[in-house]
Design a protein around this ligand. Structure first.
Ligand code: FES
Length: 262
């Protein structure tokens, strides 16, 4: 059976001026907005559209950081198409339409005995690949510590500022060996005995993590990326096949038990 979102957040669509764009490398940038609406939970996402943009459809982007005190909402974006390239040209003060928060949360799946990042004194593992580190950063902030982090990149690293502080143990891998261990991160993670594993990244990485968790008998939850048009469950454009039938990544996810998908 697939757990459905435990909480439906009151979503809003608001036009907000960009507070800041910070380029982290040639392909990855951070966007910060002030968000007066519902506080997002870790794992949720927003649909973002540049007001002056040429593209009709907004782009789904996971929450990277949320500071409730200042109401600063941050996103990490990888340039990989026209929509994200448009987001990458936003300048401070320019307007974007933000719709959210959308989707379910990591916390919807956690057992009652899970506190901080541990259950019964045993730490959870967070496994992120590339831009998939974004929703895990939000989760790390929400947990506040008590977890181990495994982060994989093609080259170098990015998006680890808060996670470096909060993770009890941090293992980084890069495919070209420019940072951390050389190789793919699923091969370096220790899954045995974990109360749970949360993963986000490219599909082959998620599949590998899911297989290793299954072999270790550890519950695994994955955050899925998919092409989206409406972002609110209406168009069925983001449907994935699960063991429980077709599900919409935007409205039934983006977080699913790995066993339902792989
Ligand atoms: S994007 Fe329309 S149903 Fe998910």
């Amino acid at each position: 059976m697939i757990a459905s979102p435990a909480t439906a957040s009151p979503r809003r669509c608001l036009v907000r001026p960009l507070l800041a764009r910070i380029d982290l490398n040639a392909a990855v940038f951070r966007l910060d907005f002030e968000w007066p609406g519902q506080a997002p939970g870790a794992g949720q996402f927003f649909m973002i559209k540049v007001q002056r943009g040429a593209l009709f459809l907004p782009r789904p982007v996971s929450v990277y950081r949320w500071d409730g005190a200042s109401r600063r909402l941050s996103f990490l974006v990888l340039k990989k198409g026209r929509g994200t390239a448009e987001l990458g040209q936003l300048e401070a003060g320019e307007a974007a339409a933000l719709t959210g928060p959308l989707g379910n949360r990591w916390g919807d799946f956690f057992p009652p005995e899970f506190r901080g990042g541990t259950a019964g004194g045993v730490k959870a593992a967070l496994v992120g690949g590339g831009i998939g580190i974004a929703p895990l950063s939000a989760l790390g902030d929400e947990l506040g510590g008590g977890f181990d982090l495994y982060a994989g990149f093609r080259s170098g690293s990015f998006g680890l500022e808060s996670l470096r502080e909060k993770a009890d143990a941090l293992v980084i891998a890069s495919e070209d060996g420019t940072e951390g261990c050389r190789g793919r991160i699923p091969d370096f993670a220790d899954y045995r005995g974990r109360p749970l594993v949360c993963a986000c990244g490219p599909l082959p990485m998620l599949r590998a993590v899911a297989e290793k968790c299954r072999a270790a008998g550890v519950p695994c939850y994955v955050s899925m990326e998919n092409l989206m048009a409406c972002g609110v469950g209406a168009c069925l454009g983001c449907t994935v096949q699960t063991t429980g039938g077709n599900r919409r990544v935007c409205a039934d996810g983006p977080i699913f038990p790995a066993e339902a998908l792989f």
